[in-house]
Ligand binder design. Structure first.
Ligand code: T1G
Ligand code: NAD
Length: 686
């Protein structure tokens, strides 16, 4: 970490260089305090420019310091020192000015930025609120309403929008350093703007805060930080600077030590570690400049769209002309949907669609870098596809399957040079869902595996390496969740009660609503395959519903009944009757939200621990990412493994032992007992 000061005549340029993102470590805070003192004492200096080396302006406080007691100088003091400095400071922003980085910039008299820069206060995404004046100075600079949006949402704005809001004083074309120095020379000697801390917040219309509270609460659901951030902006708008700063700091420190903040920090670092797993450090990857997708159905179309979003030209191969047209129509529908939702412009959509070539001729793939298969979930069909690809594609082309449950090693049997083959398991809708399970076979070459991870970075996905077993990581755990949900029904709970409990726990929907949305036939297909392998999947009620052709919303009824045109689930007497018959003679008990959540979540943790023991997953954090980014597990709980550790593994084992003694769950696996003794899952990661 360095802070260097250069003098350009009357302008001093303070350059921060603290890779990788100029985070505000204790050392950097100290160096900024010393820079203020040094430059205040230098009579020749009229204006100070604060700029950063590397790819970004200050990206915030050093999140890795959060688990430790805060060390002086504390950031509010650093910012106050810059704001009250004898010479005006100009923040010159490139990359991202985030969190404490924007707060430092708010302490400066002026902010200039290149057009590609972004500025924001993402603290709520870490379960905290700004802690160095962000909720206090921002409304004083840009008004309460704009501040509420930035602070409670946590999403940054681009420099142009920031200028329109009054957050940035000037956009710099060309070289930022030169432009900032020119700006500094322009303002040198001119009357200075009033320090932001001394400004008032313009009054808001009646009812504004009540309306904002409703809107923020609806979006935040169970996350605590957004409403606390709103309260801090309101305090700042209705009281003096000092009281507002004290209120903000108190709230910040309270949230910093909270479970939600610890969980969100865990996810923050897990997401940053995922694209570069240590076991692939230094492994070269293959360039992917062209791609093809086999099968243009639900998944194929989504995968093609994701590849197009990343700028790759795509060939879509289907069985025949009619199927090609259907596939292209599926892709067009995705991009037209994105236009409707205002995500992309019609011009961008047209360009994305134009980059897809549809054909039933595999011959077009002779020079393609990457081919992803997404045809029917049938071993013979998939093998036939790879037999063709194996003959046509370049020896170094990467071949991948999007299978959900089949063994990629079996699919790739007979493929020439099997080292170029792996599983790339996308989640539906593939152009939206962030998760990508990467499933190497025994033969997969390290650089092909590394190329899978590089592709995930290219597509903006969260990659997780999964070993081969039925359902890999996510769907294997899902099987246990579904079985547990059925066990609850047979011991006195109802589908509505189970779903309500899981929504209360923080999931977007419960297991029964989710099955009705996806279709009960998908899992039935998988159970049939499992029985053929000699397994005994537990789904007595689901089996009966499928026999009654109750496949969910698509058949007007599944676990719930549906009225045509209305997707709201309605409790079903027919289903209740089936449950009653299947439950006959079994012990019944009263369930509440907490006991239902335990009976679903803790067996999930147990199965996840087996997955860790078997090295189907290499890290418990990987399992957390799978559940959060593939199955809607609440981010603010950190994922099932973090949740279990935070709650105390010994207690988790005790509850599972009780559930097992009542025949309501599998007993804790050996790995979970060992982890409980050690107090964490790290004992299982060899
Ligand atoms: N602290 C510590 N390390 C950080 C960091 C931070 N704030 N931000 C990033 N890193 C590390 C990251 O772990 C990774 O490490 C490397 O930098 C590159 O990150 C008082 C209290 C800036 C947009 O929430 O959004 O200020 O894996 O892969 O894609 O009010 O990082 O290489 O070892 O993400 O180019 C508020 C968080 C903090 C911003 C760059 N700030 N960072 O994205 O790189 S709270 C944030 C980001 C705060 C104050 C409060 C992004 C980025 P490694 P990366 P990127
Ligand atoms: P789908 O039925 O919607 O689409 C399959 C497509 O493959 C059809 O358009 C069909 O015409 C085409 N096809 C079949 N044989 C072909 C061949 N020989 N050559 C070219 N095209 C051929 O199925 P889907 O839901 O998109 O699933 C595809 C794969 O993705 C399956 O392996 C499935 O398990 C997996 N998957 C599905 C989901 C999901 O939620 N649907 C999620 C992840 C993975």
């Amino acid at each position: 970490m360095t802070v260097t000061i250069a003098r350009e005549n009357a302008i001093a340029v303070v350059t921060v260089d603290n890779p990788p993102v100029n985070a505000l470590s204790q050392a950097l805070r100290q160096a900024l305090v010393e820079a203020v003192a040094e430059l205040d004492a230098d009579a020749a200096v009229k204006v100070v420019v604060l700029i950063c080396a590397g790819r970004t302006f200050i990206a915030g406080a050093d999140v890795s310091e959060f688990g430790k007691p805060p060390q002086p100088p504390h950031l509010p003091d650093v910012v106050a020192g810059i704001e009250s400095a004898k010479k005006p400071w100009v923040a010159a922003v490139h990359g991202s000015a985030l969190g404490g980085g924007l707060e430092v910039a708010l302490g400066c008299a002026y902010r200039v930025a290149v057009a590609s820069a972004s500025l924001g206060l993402p603290e709520v995404k870490l379960g905290i609120i700004p802690g160095a004046g962000g909720t206090v100075r921002l409304p004083r600079l840009i008004g309460a309403a704009a501040a509420v949006e930035l602070v409670t949402g946590g999403s940054p704005v681009g420099a142009k929008k920031a200028q329109a809001l009054g957050l940035v004083d000037a956009l710099i074309d060309g070289d930022l350093r030169a432009g900032a120095i020119a700006f500094a020379n322009e303002i040198a000697g001119k009357p200075l703007p009033q320090p932001i801390s001394g400004r008032a917040v313009a009054a808001v219309e009646a009812g504004f805060w009540e309306g904002a509270e409703k809107a923020v609460a609806a979006k935040a659901k169970r996350e605590a930080a957004p409403l606390r951030a709103l309260a801090s902006v309101r305090k700042a708008s209705e009281t003096d600077f000092a009281s507002a700063m004290a209120f903000e700091r108190e709230t910040f420190l309270a949230l910093r030590g909270s479970e939600q903040a610890a969980a969100l920090r865990h996810v923050f670092f897990a997401e940053r570690a995922a694209p570069r797993p240590p076991e692939l450090a230094g492994v070269t990857t293959r360039d992917l400049r062209s791609a093809a997708v086999i099968g243009g159905g639900t998944m194929g179309a989504g995968i093609a769209a994701a590849l197009r979003d990343a700028g790759l030209p795509v060939v879509l191969v289907e069985r025949d002309d009619a199927a090609v047209e259907r596939g292209l129509a599926n892709i067009r529908a995705i991009f037209e949907g994105s236009v409707k939702r205002g995500r992309i412009t019609p011009e961008v959509a047209a360009q994305r669609i134009a980059g897809v070539t549809g054909s039933d001729d595999y011959g077009l793939l002779a020079d393609t870098d990457l081919v992803i298969e997404a045809v029917f979930e049938d071993l013979a069909v998939k093998r036939a596809v790879f037999e063709k690809l194996s003959a046509i594609c370049r020896p170094d082309a990467v071949l991948a399957t999007n299978t959900s449950y089949l063994d990629p090693s079996l699919i790739s049997e007979g493929v020439a040079r099997p080292e170029r083959f792996l599983g790339l398991h996308f989640f539906s809708p593939a152009h939206v869902m962030k998760l990508l399970e990467i499933v190497p076979t025994e033969a997969t070459a390290p650089e092909v595996l590394a190329t899978g991870f590089a592709l995930a970075r290219q597509l903006g996905k969260i990659p997780v390496r999964a070993g081969i077993c039925d359902g890999f990581i996510g769907n294997r755990i899902l099987k246990v969740t579904r079985a547990q949900a059925e066990r609850l029904l047979l011991s006195g709970a109802t589908p509505s009660a189970v779903d309500a409990a899981m929504r209360a726990f923080g999931l977007p929907m419960g297991p029964f609503e989710a099955q009705d949305l996806g279709g009960l036939d998908i899992a039935a297909f998988q159970r049939k395959a499992a029985r053929a392998r000699g397994e005994t999947p537990f789904a007595p009620v689901a089996e009966r519903l499928c026999a009654m052709e109750r496949f969910g919303q698509k058949t007007g009824g599944g676990w719930y009944d549906y009225v045509p045109g209305d997707r709201a689930p309605k409790p079903s007497e027919a289903v209740a009757a089936v449950i009653a018959e299947e439950a006959a003679g079994r012990p019944q008990q009263a369930w509440n939200e907490a006991s239902i959540a335990d009976a679903i979540i803790l067996p999930m943790v147990n199965e996840a621990t087996r997955i860790l023991e078997e090295r189907v997953a290499l890290r418990s954090a990987d399992i957390d990412l799978v559940k959060i980014h593939g199955y809607g597990f609440p981010r603010w709980r950190g994922g099932p493994m973090h949740y279990a550790e935070a709650r105390g593994l010994a207690g988790v084992v005790a509850v599972l032992d009780r559930l097992a003694s009542e025949g309501l769950a599998e007993p804790p696996c050996g790995g979970l007992r060992r982890a409980a003794e050690a107090g964490s899952f790290s004992v299982l990661a060899k």
